[in-house]
Design a protein around this ligand. Structure first.
Ligand code: C2E
Ligand code: MG
Ligand code: MG
Length: 553
């Protein structure tokens, strides 16, 4: 008993001596007692304050409606607020409200610099949203509360699709503007009792108590829609998409770190399926995430140990059956698993950034090899090289290409760079500048897999390109699908109209060749003539010069 009294006396001393404004209120927010710092701050007498609803003094506080729910749920509520001080100035605080066991509430207004440092850790400077630090804390609290109320918690992790394109294309300043705008939209998308935080980079996290899974679907849909609204950067209109991974407590994990990790696996799953969607975590994603990390490590080793080789697939002139060029296609000879297709490892290389050194090696090797064929006196043909988006985004890509070609001693006209339609979006001026840089050097530029991208046709005349490669999907289905035949026909006509070279990929049989010939597409690359072959076999084909169906089998 004596101890209790002692404690109470100490607390009262602390309360009145505190430099921070502190108020205690009843459960319905009526002021019971305010300390001197608070009285000084608002410029009202203690008597005036007593019995007053504290919320009336905090009119600028945006999220006050949520306080009741929050306190019931977690017994603590933290929010940055501003209020008008006695001098009329607006003062900003971090307000911490604690629910005391007897039903009273303690309101602590923090403003000093020590707390500011703490605040920096809790809130993201750029967007003002809670940081990962506070997010983790709130997630813990949500889990504890849900245990008590038998509810579930949904954790959503959202990443903006291809955000690096914005940063690299428009600069970091604009990138920051975009993040701020998105953060503001997200804040409006969620209920007051939910949390949205910035988890770093272009990733945001959401915490919400849910009664049914549908609740989280609804939020995910709303978030996607909010991100999807176009936004204006300088005079450009940009439309973004996002990918969301969802985990549920307690089904998907018992602790926050595994829930967060799994929400990331689910988000990656969405991204690798084209983005602009959400997905719930599924157990096999853990497995896939592990495989992906393993593949990334093996790729790194492959680069160091020179386990890559280039194969070459001839491009053939239909009329004369002469080889007029080749596409360089990478293969990975893994010491344990044998030959691995680029389809399996290029996407991982792109995501991890490893495609940049790999792509540079491809460029060097293709130039070196083509020069060697020239030196051997073989017919001189152009070699096409696939360039991935992260490579092309590099500010110095033109310089790099120039440097590599110069070092190889190969005349520039014997190189063609293949890019895809998706690389022509973003900062159009910079894209055009880079393409012009390559063209000025004498390098040709092809649009690969043409017809599968989403760009509008109007861009074609704006970019200095030389070749369209019809995607093999259109050639493959020519016989069975009238529509694809029409598309192939239209692409050929379009190239002729724009005076571009046109190459059909994936011609596999005589009927394909017949159709393409009839439509006036004279250059073909496909299994009908030859699969991609190693450099030695390609030299043999070049020596003969002409190729007939299945020569390389
Ligand atoms: P791509 O650039 O469109 O290359 C053409 C692909 O179609 C090659 O697959 C080729 O083997 C295949 N192909 C050619 N003719 C036929 C045919 O008649 N029938 C069928 N079914 N397929 C045919 P590959 O070599 O497996 O390469 C797949 C993709 O991997 C390439 O598609 C390209 O996007 C990427 N890739 C390959 N090498 C590189 C590289 O060095 N760098 C980058 N960034 N990507 C590469
Ligand atoms: Mg290609
Ligand atoms: Mg292609």
């Amino acid at each position: 008993m004596k101890n209790d009294n002692n404690l109470r006396a100490v607390l009262e001393q602390l309360f009145s001596a505190s430099f921070e404004p502190v108020v205690s209120t009843s459960g319905d927010n009526l002021i019971v007692v305010a300390n001197g710092a608070f009285v000084d701050l608002v410029g009202q007498e203690v008597e005036e304050l007593e019995g007053k609803n504290i919320l009336e003094l905090l009119e600028k506080c945006e999220l006050l409606e949520s306080i009741q729910e929050r306190l019931e749920a977690c017994h603590q509520w933290i929010q940055d607020i501003s209020l008008v001080s006695r001098s009329g100035a607006e003062v900003t605080f971090d307000l911490k409200v604690n629910q005391l066991p007897d039903g009273e509430r303690l309101w602590i207004f923090n403003s000093n610099s020590k707390y500011d440092r703490n605040r920096d850790a809790q809130f993201d400077r750029l967007t003002g949203l809670p940081s990962q630090f506070l997010f983790d804390d709130r997630a813990e609290q949500a889990v504890i509360t849900s245990n008590r109320h038998g509810k579930s918690v949904a954790i959503l992790r959202m990443g903006i699709d291809h955000f690096n394109r914005i940063n690299e294309g428009l600069g970091h300043k604009h990138g920051d503007e975009v993040l701020k705008e998105i953060a503001a939209r997200l804040k409006h998308t969620i209920r007051n009792s939910d949390t949205v935080a910035r988890l770093g980079g272009d990733q945001f996290g959401f915490i919400m108590a849910i009664t049914a899974i549908d609740d989280s679907i609804l939020v995910a849909e709303k978030v996607l829609e909010a991100v999807n609204q176009s936004l204006q950067i300088d005079d450009q209109t940009v439309t973004l998409t996002a990918s969301i991974g969802i985990t549920l407590y307690p089904d998907d994990g018992k602790d926050i770190s595994s829930l967060l990790q799994r929400s990331e696996s689910a988000m990656r799953h969405v991204k690798s399926n084209g983005g602009n969607n959400f997905h719930f975590f599924a157990a096999e994603m853990d497995h896939r995430a592990r495989m992906r990390i393993e593949l990334e490590n093996r790729l790194r080793r492959a680069l160091k140990n020179q386990e890559f080789v280039l194969f070459y697939q001839p491009k053939v002139d239909i009329e004369s059956s002469r080889i007029v060029g080749a596409e360089a296609l990478i293969r990975w000879i893994d010491p344990e698993k044998g030959m691995i297709s680029p389809i399996e490892f290029i996407p991982v290389a792109e995501e991890s950034g490893l495609i940049v050194p790999i792509g540079r090696w491809v460029l060097e090797e293709a130039c070196r090899q083509n020069r060697a064929w020239h030196d051997q006196g073989l017919p001189q043909v152009k070699v096409s090289i696939n360039m991935a988006a992260p490579q092309f985004r590099d500010r110095n890509i033109v310089e790099q290409v120039r440097e590599v070609i110069e070092k190889s001693g190969l005349p520039e006209k014997y190189i063609e760079i293949e890019i895809t339609e998706s690389m022509l979006v973003g900062d159009i001026e910079t894209v055009i500048e880079k393409l012009n840089g390559l063209r000025d050097m004498g390098v040709d530029i092809a649009i690969d897999d043409f017809g599968t991208g989403y760009s509008s046709l109007s861009y074609l005349s704006r970019f200095p390109i030389t070749t369209l490669k019809i995607d093999r999907a259109f050639v493959h289905d020519l016989e069975s699908n009238k529509n694809t035949a029409e598309i192939a026909r239209a692409i050929i006509a379009l190239s002729q109209g724009l005076e571009l070279e046109v190459v059909a990929e994936g011609a596999e049989n005589a009927a394909h060749i017949e159709f393409l010939k009839k439509q006036g597409c004279n250059t073909v690359q496909g299994f009908f003539y030859s699969r991609p072959v190693d450099a030695g076999s390609f030299a043999e084909l070049l020596k003969k010069g002409v190729i007939s169906a299945g020569d390389a089998e």
